[in-house]
Design a binder for this molecule. Sequence first.
Ligand SMILES: Nc1ncnc2c1ncn2[C@@H]1O[C@H](COP(=O)(O)OP(=O)(O)OP(=O)(O)O)[C@@H](O)[C@H]1O
Ligand SMILES: [Mg+2]
Length: 252
Amino acid sequence: MVRVERLSFSYVVRGRRFPILKDIDFHLEKNGILCIIGPSGCGKTTLLFTIAGLRVPDGGSVWVDGVEVKAPRKKTAVIFQHFGLLPWENVYENIALGLKIRGVPRREIMRGVESTMEHFGITKLARKYPRHLSGGEKQRVAIARALVLKPDLLLLDEPFSAIDALTREALQEFVLRVWKEWSLTIIHVTHDIEEAVFLGTEIIVLGKDGRYDHHYTLPREKGEDFRDGPVFHDATVTMRDRMRRIVNESSL
Ligand SMILES: Nc1ncnc2c1ncn2[C@@H]1O[C@H](COP(=O)(O)OP(=O)(O)OP(=O)(O)O)[C@@H](O)[C@H]1O
Ligand SMILES: [Mg+2]
């Protein structure tokens, strides 16, 4: 579904080139969940934006569903770091935004937004503004806003970073439910190792200098008490060790 080939990317600031990603190579099957982890500033958001077609690589290419990504793609939805909800619009308008941009007729927008709100149990929040929502509610609204566009690829950029541990676990389970129900392919950026192991069918570790480091595969069906079992434990230990080495190597 997603193929990234020898991808490199630099930001150019006042004529100076700052290389961020180097030779990133991976592919993700349809209906997989790829988690990208790595220390702060290593280029996770940049990689996600390149896959979304919001950044143009200097070298290499990104392919989604057999087509090279050169601009934002209709069936790719992005949930930004801190959700990216518009504070001056209510929940209904926030969810309707993407459909409006696409010029969908009003009646169809109403039908789409109402049925999606109902699906996620947020109908009663329709007239509230983002500042009146809890972190968990905001996350549901952000997911509804993405899914009303009927995407096949969902890109999530650290959607749970500001949420307490228990709510976070409930939301991770919510993402897994949505993944199954909507048969999505997901790329999820996080710097939380446990989250990556819980959600991912694959995990990529990005190094501090934007090098792609390791690729792990995890079981798709994880079962109810996966978090308490040996696979979860072993994978988190391995991953933590890898991350520690990356951070140490880059600080030498
Ligand atoms: N628009 C920009 N112009 C120039 N440099 C940028 C720009 N956006 C990001 N950077 C730099 O590129 C590097 C990678 O940024 P990016 O946001 O991709 O990191 P990240 O891994 O998502 O970090 P975090 O975990 O903190 O969200 C950082 O050093 C950042 O300062
Ligand atoms: Mg980021």
